[in-house]
Design a protein around this ligand. Sequence first.
Ligand code: PLP
Length: 371
Amino acid sequence: MKEPIYVTQPYLPPLEEFTEYLQKIWDDKRLTNNGPMHQKLENELCEYLGVPEIALFNNGTIALLTALQALRITGEVITTPYSFVATAHSLLWNGISPVFVDINPDTLNLDPKKIEAAITPHTSAIMPVHCYGNPCDVKAIQEIADNYNLKVIYDAAHAFGVQDEGGSVLRHGDLSAISFHATKVFNTFEGGAIVCPDAKTKQRINNLKNFGIVDEVTVVAPGINGKMSEVNAAFGLLQLQHIEHVLASRKEIAQLYGEYLSSVSGITVVPHSGQTVSNHAYYPILVGEEYPLTRDELYQKLKDNGIFGRRYFYPLISEFSMYRGMPSAAPENLPVASGVAEKILCLPIYPTLDHLAIEKISDIIANPHSF
Ligand SMILES: *Cc1c(COP(=O)(O)O)cnc(C)c1O
């Protein structure tokens, strides 16, 4: 294949559709600070996602940082090692100690059965991740949180548009943070948001994302600059016009992969975990013992053929130097996550990935020695 194929490619609507939005911004001369595009995107996202309140951010990491500030989380927070580093980094940046708990082998999300043993008098919250957009066991996690009086903040960076039988998975927990980064299902170039249950919480979050400013002479908290610009918000409005197409294309690709790969011995497609609507944000497979190549050999074989899968999530967050020394980061404490990190490979999936490419990728996986 001539062009390299990466694990994802950002979705971009036709450029000419964006220029009318830019013209409006030029006419209004409002570039940021809760301008008309920002307000409209918040309203449209609440409606599209079916959530009560949403506060836009300049990226998902600042949204996570601010969510922790908004709930005044301190001490220790229980989280998963099987995620993108921003999950644990958001804790460290707040002076909070992450406590890593192992994942469930079926969902690859934080294992509720292992949470209680990690709770100490310093624990103030749980930060689970809906990994690959597969919902966590939200009911079991909430029960533990209620029993121990803990807050729950979901890193829902992967979960845009995902639904369970009650609606959007973003409604769970005290707060959910999402990412609109270029690599995510719904992107605003850079961007993110906090989903919250009520207007009062949103007001606090709004203060925090604008330096803690309430009015000209009042600053109520040591806030940060987390505001989304009008250009990003406008792009989000345009992306929303295309979201059904994006989700349908992803679904089709996932189905095709499923047909090709279901019969390949040693390859397991990571199953869904109870969602009624999936966003097919990733296409994760596990390379097992029976497969003729190791995971890294398959990763390299694909690379040699111009196909750049990614080993999300290897290494585990707990393996990085700033976490490695923590008692909960010990591999013996995280046997499931450690095992999965050695087997996981995410295959390319994005709306414009053509069917021939999917066939080729699947062919290489099914017959690695022919390539
Ligand atoms: C992408 C991502 C983030 C960070 O979001 P940004 O918008 O890139 O800051 C956080 N957590 C997870 C799990 C992610 O995948």
